[in-house]
Design a binder for this molecule. Structure first.
Ligand SMILES: [Zn+2]
Length: 511
């Protein structure tokens, strides 16, 4: 239904442009404006709020690189939200319950200051990261969203009406100063804001267009103003925040120094999860490691894919983190091995470094090899809408053929070329299902991110549970391994990019 509404929105916009008529937009604007005004009245004279403080009992639940798709790690905290006059400056400060570390996000007008947990310094952030924090502070209360809609009234659009359970909602949208389009669901009976939706392109996970929903419930009258005392945030339908509000103080700002900028502030850079330097296929490095067997190195991610060259086709293992890099790998292979089709891509586990580029390979016509527990997640990525940053599969959809590894093993071979793929499961100490690829002719093993043997180490160096798990898996499978190549980390790290079995054994069994 969410996507239907966004589609409807796009259709409305297109209709407006193509009809060359202002009728639809005026009707839409007037109706949206009416709904906004009624919601402002229902939410009390909140525009008269000068300043405000309240306490938060919260839990952030972040999607993490852990055992299974959609798994989150929970960070419970106690915090405070503070807002000074006319919503100019806002701040949330919080203390993690387990560790006691303090974090803070403050926006002074459009300047954003962040103190990360366990850091003593406050960082002045800019760019996309600053926009992200301003948006998340604004989403703390529906009143701030309504105030934002008022400031951007000229972009108001009526989207439609929607029933959720027994309740009916009027849905309007507007574009905020950051260029972010928000949908507001206004309860058609009470006029209160039920939820706010944002659509964004996920750059951390290969989830494409993601709808983030902030849902406000448990409204209570505080100083005559209805204020929600419970808020959750969902992303791709997974709950990522759950906050309870209490101890409200309205129009009483106890501490005027709250918004002073700490002395320890440094100018920070935008922290991006991706290296934005443009690269082309000339930056990718193909190295021969056996008979018709090659590694392909992708410098920005410091990761490798493995290429097995059959007579007419190519098998690839690992697809890098996203469609863009997946396409680059495919282009490099087509350039290096002209006239060969990429028949198969094997994905060791569900994390982005392995599965992120899956869509590019589906577009290239490759069969996708994964495990049962990751099948639905692989399909989710393949079928996700990518309208905000269209990739090849979005522009030219293809049907995916998924091959599931049953009974812990699958083999691909042609003449004397052979790869045996094993699911070592939880023995990876990383994810519930985990494929490693063994090339018996070369006695070579290609793994995901489970082989960390330092270039230099001493007796005190810890052996990671993943590395130990890999060693034990090789011994248990009884495969004759000479050399191990991990897909990540690779050339740019303090770990070995190629490890002999003896080196692995010596490291794991050291005192
Ligand atoms: Zn991983």
């Amino acid at each position: 239904m969410k996507y239907i509404l966004f589609t409807l929105y796009i259709i409305l916009i297109q209709t407006e442009i193509s009809a060359q008529s202002n009728n639809i937009s005026y009707l839409s604007y007037n109706k949206a404006n009416e709904i906004l005004n009624s919601s402002i009245r229902a939410n009390g004279n909140f525009l008269d709020i000068q300043c405000m403080q309240f306490k938060i009992q919260g839990r952030d639940m972040l999607l993490s690189h852990i055992r299974k798709p959609w798994a989150t790690v929970e960070y419970p905290f106690q915090g405070n939200f503070t807002m000074d006059e006319n919503y100019e400056n806002k701040m949330i400060s919080r203390t993690l319950k387990k560790s006691g570390h303090i974090g803070m996000v403050m926006s002074k007008k459009d300047e954003v200051y962040v103190k990360y947990y366990s850091s003593n310094d406050t960082v002045n952030v800019s760019g996309e990261l600053a926009k992200y924090f301003i948006n998340s502070l604004t989403q703390m209360l529906p009143h701030l969203i309504l105030a934002e809609a008022v400031r951007n009234r000229e972009t108001l659009t009526y989207i439609g009406d929607e029933k959720i359970g027994e309740f009916a909602y009027n849905v309007i949208s507007f574009n905020n100063q950051q260029g972010k389009r928000r949908l507001i669901y206004v309860d058609s009976q009470s006029g209160l804001v039920f939820k706010v939706q944002n659509l964004f392109f996920d750059k951390q996970w290969p989830h494409g267009d993601v709808i983030e929903e902030t849902i406000y419930t448990e409204y209570k009258l505080i100083n005559g103003i209805p204020i929600p005392t419970f808020k959750i945030v969902k992303s791709s339908d997974v709950i990522i925040q759950s906050y309870e509000f209490s101890d409200f103080m309205i129009n009483v700002l106890s501490d005027s120094s709250a918004f002073e900028i700490p002395n320890s502030t440094e100018k920070g850079e935008v922290k991006s999860t991706q290296n934005d330097d443009a690269i082309d296929i000339s930056n990718l490095l193909i190295e021969e490691v056996g008979e018709h067997l090659y590694t392909l190195y992708l410098p920005p991610l410091d990761c490798k894919s493995m290429i097995m060259e059959f007579k007419d086709s190519i098998l690839v293992i690992e697809s890098a983190t996203n469609s863009e890099y997946g396409t680059l790998i495919i282009d490099k292979i087509h350039d290096y091995f002209p006239n060969k089709v990429i028949s198969t891509v094997v994905l060791s586990h569900y994390h982005p470094y392995s599965m992120g580029g899956i869509r590019a390979f589906v577009h290239a016509g490759a069969n996708v090899v994964t495990t049962k527990g990751n099948e639905d997640y692989a399909k989710f990525i393949i079928n996700a809408p990518y309208s905000l940053q269209a990739d090849s599969l979005q522009l030219n959809p293809k049907i995916a053929n998924i091959i599931i590894v049953n009974d812990k093993k699958i083999v691909f071979s042609e003449n004397n070329l052979k790869v045996e793929i094993y699911d070592i499961g939880i023995k990876s100490n990383h994810t519930d299902e985990f494929l490693i690829s063994y090339f018996p002719h070369e006695k070579l093993l290609f793994t995901g991110d489970i082989c960390f043997v330092p270039k230099n180490y001493d007796d005190k160096t810890q052996v990671s549970s993943r590395t130990r798990g890999l060693y034990e898996s090789i011994v248990e499978l009884g495969i004759d391994v000479d050399t191990i190549i991990p897909n990540w980390p690779s050339k740019a790290s303090s770990y070995k990019e190629m490890v002999s079995f003896e080196e692995l054994e010596k490291f794991v069994l050291k005192k």
